[in-house]
Write a protein that binds this ligand. Structure first.
Ligand SMILES: Cc1cc2nc3c(=O)[nH]c(=O)nc-3n(C[C@H](O)[C@H](O)[C@H](O)COP(=O)(O)O)c2cc1C
Length: 203
């Protein structure tokens, strides 16, 4: 078995997607992948962050996490993205990062990356599926391999059954329900698919 590199790239203002990314990191390691957990750089001005105590606290708490770079994408065989929903699409911080990938794209280095995406939103129907699908549009432009969650693992029914990628609903107490197993299942599946492709073995 060759080495398998997984990059878990997330953006989070108030911690939800950070938590989901950590679960994905844990699951990736549990199936033997080398994992890089990376946060997308903050682009909002400090005045905005400081107006929201939860945002400020999370921002300060995660200063030690390395920021995502295009090198992480180049290094990775598999990439999992976790990004909050903002008005029905991904947070702009994530789009700013994606907009730095033109060089890799031009060299064809994003082709066949094995990718999967997760999100969170305040409302179950507030754009969760739309956000994951929006990320997948970019993956199509990359020529990446998209790994949806589907319904192959029953744990996905328990987490709301978003077949595109796990999505969390968040209220004032944090993530609603227990989606940890669903996130971990998605991460393991993404790594498995990447392994099949890397080893040239089908299932
Ligand atoms: C500017 C803004 C726009 C948002 N738009 C939506 C939305 O369209 N639908 C929704 O259900 N929640 C929306 N939310 C709630 C966020 O999705 C929620 O705060 C986020 O998923 C929490 O993730 P985080 O803790 O990782 O930052 C919005 C929040 C902000 C600040």
């Amino acid at each position: 078995m060759e080495e398998l590199n997984l990059a878990v790239v997330y953006y989070s203002s108030t911690g939800t997607n950070h938590q989901m990314a950590q679960w994905a990191e844990e699951a990736g390691k549990s199936v033997g992948a080398n994992v890089r957990l990376r946060k997308v750089a903050e682009t909002a001005p400090m005045e905005a962050i400081e107006q929201n105590p939860a945002w400020k606290e999370h921002y300060e708490k995660t200063q030690n996490i390395e920021e995502a770079s295009t090198d992480d994408l180049d290094w990775a065989d598999a990439i999992i993205f976790s990004v909050p929903t903002r008005f029905g699409v991904e947070a702009s911080q994530f789009r700013a990062f994606i907009d730095t990938t033109g060089g890799l794209w031009a060299q064809g280095k994003l082709v066949n990356k094995v990718t999967s995406a997760m999100t969170s939103a305040q409302n179950p129907h507030g754009g969760q599926e739309a956000t994951v699908l929006s990320i997948y549009k970019t993956m199509a432009h990359w020529g990446a391999i998209i790994v949806p969650t589907g319904y192959g693992d029953p744990v996905q029914f328990a987490s709301g059954g978003n077949p595109y990628g796990v999505s969390a609903t968040v209220d004032e107490n944090g993530i609603v329900g227990d989606i940890e197993d669903a996130v971990k299942s998605q991460a393991r599946r993404t790594v498995e698919v990447a392994k099949w492709l890397k080893d040239g073995q089908g299932k």
